[in-house]
Write a protein that binds this ligand. Structure first.
Ligand SMILES: *[C@@H]1O[C@H](CO)[C@@H](O)[C@H](O)[C@H]1NC(C)=O
Ligand SMILES: *[C@@H]1O[C@H](CO)[C@@H](O)[C@H](O)[C@H]1NC(C)=O
Length: 176
């Protein structure tokens, strides 16, 4: 059982492109439930122009199927603030964000490290200073590969309505 799981993980990792990397969230870079959270990736080396953002959990009692939280995300945005509704998942560990083809969500381009969604009211990780740069008072930028330069135009990337429809679509595609 464990061996099969390990093989599945290895197969998944094999698919993942080395050029598109999810830089946040990650192992020490959690989200806070029902709050604004940061999603960022290596847009400058990404071979993909756009992707669908999915939230998954290895524990089906936490999340029974991949949940599409952004139907079409443009690569050039480089990072996104995940809105309150989009991150309104129960607190827990083992969450993974997947970047998939917009045409075929089982074609996974990249995925994050497993990360935790902490309970509402928990503090944000100190390393993700870009979390809600307009929401928090501080404006220190992240160092390293994230290059999280937020522009005002990222709102266009949001999918404010129809989330449950998208989720249903995701479910249907997964079942099919
Ligand atoms: C997504 O990118 C593909 C090219 O990879 C392009 O053909 C398509 O029009 C783009 N879709 C959107 C919604 O931007
Ligand atoms: C979707 O992607 C998966 C994984 O790459 C692939 O096995 C499958 O054939 C694709 N389905 C379609 C309809 O292209």
């Amino acid at each position: 059982m464990f061996r099969r799981l390990a093989l599945t993980c290895a197969a998944l990792l094999g698919i993942v492109s080395a050029q598109l990397t999810v830089t946040s969230p990650g192992t020490n870079d959690w989200w806070v439930a029902s709050s604004a959270n940061t999603l960022s990736w290596t847009c400058s080396t990404s071979p993909y122009q756009n992707f669908t953002i999915l939230l998954t959990n290895s524990n089906p009692s936490v999340l029974s199927a991949p949940l599409a939280i952004i139907a079409v995300q443009q690569n050039y945005d480089c990072s996104e603030t995940i809105t309150q509704q989009q991150s309104a998942q129960p607190a827990g560990t083992g969450y993974i964000v997947q970047f998939a083809s917009t045409l075929n969500i089982t074609d996974i381009y990249a995925q994050s490290e497993p990360f935790e969604i902490k309970a509402l009211g928990s503090s944000y990780p100190t390393t993700t200073s870009s979390a809600g740069s307009s929401a928090t008072g501080t404006s220190s930028t992240t160092a390293g590969a994230a290059q999280a330069s937020k522009t005002g135009g990222t709102l266009a990337g949001y999918v404010p309505v129809g989330m449950s429809m998208v989720a249903a679509l995701a479910l249907g595609l997964v079942v099919a």
